[in-house]
Every structure is written in structure tokens, then in C-alpha cells.
Design a binder for this molecule. Structure first.
Ligand SMILES: N[C@@H](CCC(=O)NCCCC(=O)O)C(=O)O
Length: 268
């Protein structure tokens, strides 16, 4: 039996009427079915704290990227500029879920918006338009960019902290820790790291691009880039999902042992 991996959804308008739907990109479902070796479970943006209902049944939590942005009210930030997309239902669901998952040792992988949620959930803050800040790069991709290899292609290098959990996760792989190429599809970024956020990778302009969580009992990693676009082509991206999947299998084994159930195995 595969470990159950919760994938965060966004509320998105769908169809001619713009009916609100709960949605997550197929890339996240594919990567969970693939290198993670889990069974994806889409988690609705319930608009409330559902962590008690969910966490005892999940073996991992994947916090997805999204064009929407964490509401500044959660980090005492200035209001967003007019037209900046938000998703309050998602925020109200994911922020408490992140805190509860980390406390319970449920493996957690946070990507892009998910990484920003991780920082805010633990008490950090965000810059809302990095490209407007003195000395900073433009980390965004034009919303009308339809050429996939441009929109999701490698955009800048990141420097990885030697000895960090990310460096340990990538042990044995051939790469230059000073210039790991990553894609970049974000306007926002970590401003004030949360007290337990341990930055582990930086863009050339100092933007925090990855972090682990101090004293987290389980796997807990956040990345600002999108490894789900590259796992079929590069070993570093794939390794992130491999290790997340292994952590989910271990968590499931502990969870099922407690319930007297058979130990799940990750798909080959
Ligand atoms: N909206 C936030 C987070 C950016 C993010 O998650 N980007 C992924 C968008 C989905 C896609 O186009 O693949 C920000 O702008 O920083």
C-alpha cells in the first residue's frame, strides 16, 4: 500500500461561469505517483483548520505552488497591491496544517507558495514584489509566458549551505554547491525568516531559496523553486522527491504499527 500524500489545493474559477473549484496542478499528482511513490490525496482549501481531521490519516504533506499569495494579514505585512491574487481559504487551511504537521512529524515538502506558507506559518514574513527591491533580481515569469521551456526553465543559480540538510539529501550526487541551476516563478520571497526556519540556499541577490526547520521531528523542507518540473531530467530534483517519499513510508510504518495495520511500501 502506498503512503498517503496530501496535496494542497487552491480555490480557482473554472469553466464559463467561473465556478470556484479546488485544484492542484497535475505536476504534483504525477510526482507523488512517480518518484515520491505515494498515493496523492487532494486537500481542499477548506477555509478552516482541518489538521486534526487530516493529519492522523496522512503520511506526507506536499504544499504546492500557486499564483495566489499568502494574505499579508498573517505576517503583519502591507496590503497587497490592487489585483494581487490571494486565496484566503487556502491560507486558513494550510497555515495551521503546516504547524500541526511539523509538530506531529508528518513529512512535509513545501514548494514555492508552499515555502512561503511554511515561513509565515512559523512566524516569518514575506517581501511581496522582490523585483521592486533595490539590488534584487526579478524572480518572476510573465503570466502570459506560454512557452513552457521559458516559463519553467532554469533561471538562476542558487548556493547551497555546506553540511545543510539539503546538502546531505543530495549526498553522492554530482553538482556544484555554489551554482545549482533552478527555475524561478515567484514575485514574493522570505523577508524575515521564521525563528525555526534554517535557510540553506540563496540566490545571487540574497533571496532565500530553500530552508529546513530547526528541531523538526520529521522531514521538513521548503524550496522556492519548482523541482516538480525537472525531476524527470535532473537527479537533484528527483532526489528531493525520493527522500520525501522515503520519509512518508517510514511515517506510514510508524502510523500503521500503532494501528496494527500492514506496513506500506513505496512503489518501485
Ligand atoms: N504567488 C507566489 C508563489 C509563486 C508560485 O508558487 N509560483 C508557481 C505558480 C504556478 C505555476 O505557474 O507553475 C509568488 O508570486 O511568489
Amino acid at each position: 500500500m502506498r503512503p498517503l500524500i496530501g496535496i494542497s489545493c487552491c480555490v480557482k474559477p473554472f469553466g464559463p461561469s467561473g465556478m470556484p473549484n479546488h485544484a492542484a496542478s497535475d505536476h504534483y499528482v504525477r510526482v507523488v505517483l512517480g518518484p515520491v511513490g505515494g498515493m496523492p490525496v487532494l486537500l481542499p482549501a477548506a477555509g478552516e483548520d482541518v489538521s486534526r481531521e487530516l493529519l492522523s490519516r496522512l503520511d506526507g504533506l506536499l504544499l504546492t505552488g500557486s499564483r495566489s499569495n499568502v494574505c499579508p494579514v498573517y505576517y503583519d505585512g502591507p496590503d497587497h497591491a490592487e489585483g494581487t491574487p490571494e486565496d484566503q481559504a487556502r491560507d486558513a487551511t494550510t497555515l495551521p496544517l503546516i504547524r500541526a504537521a511539523i509538530a506531529a512529524g508528518v513529512p512535509l515538502l513545501a514548494i514555492c507558495r508552499g515555502f512561503q506558507e511554511l515561513n509565515v506559518a512559523l512566524g516569518g514574513s514575506l517581501d511581496q514584489r522582490v523585483q521592486d527591491l533595490e539590488g534584487r533580481m526579478d524572480h518572476s515569469t510573465p503570466t502570459d509566458q506560454t512557452i513552457a521551456r521559458v516559463r519553467t526553465g532554469k533561471a538562476h543559480p542558487v548556493r547551497i549551505e555546506p553540511g545543510s540538510s539539503l546538502a546531505r539529501l543530495w549526498a553522492g550526487l554530482d553538482y556544484d554547491a555554489g551554482t545549482v541551476p533552478v527555475n524561478s516563478l515567484h514575485n514574493q520571497a522570505v523577508r524575515r525568516p521564521a525563528p525555526r526556519l534554517r535557510p540553506e540556499a540563496w540566490a545571487p541577490d540574497g533571496t532565500i531559496e530553500a530552508a529546513s526547520i530547526e528541531d523538526a521531528p520529521g522531514f521538513a523542507l521548503g524550496v522556492q523553486w519548482h523541482p516538480e518540473y525537472d525531476w524527470e531530467r535532473d537527479a537533484l530534483s528527483r532526489r528531493i522527491f525520493d527522500r520525501f517519499g522515503q520519509a512518508a513510508v517510514s511515517h506510514a510504518a510508524r502510523r500503521n504499527a500503532g494501528a496494527g495495520l500492514p506496513t506500506p511500501i513505496a512503489a518501485e
